[in-house]
Design a protein around this ligand. Structure first.
Ligand SMILES: [Zn+2]
Length: 350
């Protein structure tokens, strides 16, 4: 009997994200990605054509409930009654601050995170306040995601395959066993990043030919080894601008290797999309559009995309998301700023 129970437990935990509500009959066939306005923090919601959901990060704790409100609203727009998987890329306050409040509003079925030695929660990053809330929300049941692992997602068996794959986590990279911070002849390697950022979970989502890169807040040296000496990811259609667009991330050689068609930055009114990153992104021959959540008031029109590509250009407190919808049958994806924004369509790279 014990053995049967054990096997059942293993089966249920392996089933993980696959045990979820199935809205396939009700939904269209698009894969949807919501980049939410966390005012300089991050939260990205992925909803598959079968209605499975993966939320990457939960924004900030303060101001009270703002980010949980916004995530809950996006979940409602997506027709979700639960979040199947919540991935916390790393333990910084702008990435796991909203978890407790969110967990009180919508069931979260599985928790996945990274780890940061020597301490799981960085005290400088309000770990004393947030870590008990994280433990309460997760009830201590979390699993580590390592580089080269998948987050299992359901496939219908018909149509293109969907896959969510981890290429870096805990400062380790799939296919690379060397020292990430060791000098590399002919390239700029920066001094070791011992902050939580370098330990972020980095995910690649594919759906047929469509490819999306989401690197949390990984920094320069980790990015280098994703792109060099071999491009471990290939070219992508959609790039979540790493680390809100800060210049300590978004290594030029990775941007060139990924060669995105569209980039989306979860920046804030005074955070992110710094000048070097802005310049490097705009210099990419592949890039058709850069979208941002906010107009960064520090850099003026020269350092921001045109108004139609900024989700909260008129009113920074509106909290509008940017939504990508992927239709592999049409070989296109659309981007929309806010639920009422005009949609623009981009081709999926063959
Ligand atoms: Zn961040």
């Amino acid at each position: 009997m014990k053995r049967i129970l054990l096997l059942l437990t293993i089966f249920l935990s392996l089933a993980g994200c696959a045990a979820s509500n199935d809205r396939s009959a009700a939904s269209g066939k698009t894969l949807d990605i919501y980049f939410m306005d966390m005012a300089g923090g991050a939260s990205t919601l992925i909803v598959t054509p079968l209605g499975e959901s993966v939320l990457i990060d939960t924004g900030s704790l303060e101001p009270k409930h703002r980010d949980a409100d916004r995530i809950e609203r996006a979940c409602k727009h997506a027709g979700l009654e639960q979040i199947d998987c919540l991935v916390t890329t790393h333990f910084d306050i702008d990435h796991y601050g909203g978890i407790y409040e969110l967990s009180r509003r919508i069931p979260i079925k599985r928790f996945i995170d990274s780890d940061t030695p020597p301490a799981r929660y960085d005290k400088r990053q309000a770990g004393e306040t947030l870590s008990p809330l994280y433990e309460q929300a997760t009830k201590g049941k979390t699993s580590l995601l390592e580089a080269s692992e998948d987050i299992p997602l359901k496939n219908s068996g018909k149509g293109p395959k969907i896959r969510l794959h981890c290429v870096a986590s805990q400062k380790k990279i799939e296919g690379f066993s060397g020292d990430i911070d060791a000098p590399v002849e002919g390239f700029e390697i920066r001094k070791p990043d011992t902050s939580n950022n370098a330990y972020s979970i980095t995910l690649v989502l594919t759906y047929g030919d469509f490819k999306f890169f989401a690197g949390g807040d990984i920094t320069w040296n980790v990015e280098h080894h994703l792109a060099h000496p071999v491009n471990r990811i290939g070219k992508v259609d959609l790039y979540q601008v790493t680390h809100h667009g800060l210049d300590l991330s978004n290594n030029t050689i990775l941007l060139k290797a990924l060669a995105p068609t569209v980039a989306v930055a979860m920046n804030g009114p005074r955070k992110g999309i710094q000048p070097r990153t802005f310049k490097d992104l705009n210099a990419l021959p592949s890039l058709k559009a850069l979208y941002t959540i906010h107009y960064n008031t520090q850099y003026g029109d020269q350092g921001n995309p045109p108004a139609e590509f900024i989700a909260n250009r008129e009113d920074p407190s509106r909290g509008e998301y940017i939504k990508a919808s992927v239709n592999p049958d049409k070989k296109t994806f659309t981007i929309q700023t806010g639920p009422e924004g005009k949609k623009k369509t981009y081709p999926i790279r063959p």
